[in-house]
Design a protein around this ligand. Structure first.
Ligand SMILES: C[S@@+](CC[C@H](N)C(=O)[O-])C[C@H]1O[C@@H](n2cnc3c(N)ncnc32)[C@H](O)[C@@H]1O
Length: 224
């Protein structure tokens, strides 16, 4: 490993709170969605992205002037709202992929409340089938991968060819809560993330950075 001059901060709870307080405030719709998700699905609420990650993703979409986006793993809709809000106001569109009708019914309600229903198309079913079934010409400026971890490499292989030059693929949970560096950890999910991280780094079609945002957020830019 190369010499390390500085590292990212380890976030104590106080420092994390400060960071959230000094980012653009989360609006009432997203706050209500987080509250309802916690109430309905207390055991699964950890699947939702962190608030500052959502704000960051909206900003990225906006900065990229993204028009066409795709999300693999929608759950109750938090990240889809963040992405959709950053898309081109007139003709932006987000293809949201998930297997769960129950969870995405919640998402649909909040898409209405957030005023983004008109720019989100939900596809229920295994995301790999959905992606493989898209017309060859369907291209994206922004993609977000946040579903089953053993599928990440396959999603990547489907998405990279569909990204426009300069387009961004965002990939969640790429630190697996630190388990990626635990030699005793050999669960399929963590191994799936390790395989993905290695494959993305070796892929000459993209340049990647793994950021300590949330549980690890990889940004991969398709080369021009
Ligand atoms: C981590 S959650 C997504 C969280 C969401 N991005 C958010 O911010 O709220 C993962 C989602 O992937 C979905 N999922 C799991 N396996 C899938 C598959 N093979 N195809 C499509 N969706 C899948 C689950 O139903 C779940 O809603």
């Amino acid at each position: 490993m190369a010499a390390v001059t500085r590292t990212s901060e380890s976030l104590t709870p106080d420092l994390y709170e400060y960071l959230v307080e000094h980012s653009a405030p989360v609006d009432p719709v997203l706050r209500d969605l987080a509250d309802e998700t916690a109430r309905l699905y207390p055991d699964s609420m950890g699947m939702q992205i962190a608030p500052e990650q959502g704000t960051f993703m909206t900003m990225l979409a906006r900065t990229l002037r993204a028009r066409d986006a795709v999300e693999v793993g929608t759950f109750t809709g938090y990240s889809s709202i963040c992405i959709a809000r950053g898309l081109d106001q007139r003709n932006g569109s987000l293809l949201a992929c998930d297997v769960s009708e129950e969870w995405t019914d919640v998402a649909r309600r909040y898409w209405d409340l957030a005023g983004v229903s008109d720019r989100i198309e939900l596809r229920l079913g295994a995301a790999l089938e959905t992606l493989r079934g898209l017309p060859d010409a369907r291209a994206f400026d922004l993609a977000f991968i946040d579903a089953d971890k053993t599928g990440y490499v396959d999603y990547w292989e489907e998405l990279v060819p569909r990204m426009r030059p300069g387009g961004l693929i965002l990939v969640d949970n790429t630190l697996s809560h630190g388990r990626v560096v635990d030699p005793g950890e050999d669960s399929p999910a963590v191994q799936g993330i390790r395989d993905f991280n290695d494959a993305a780094l070796a892929d000459e079609r993209t340049e990647v950075v793994l950021l300590p945002v949330g549980d690890g957020l990889t940004l991969a830019r398709k080369k021009e």
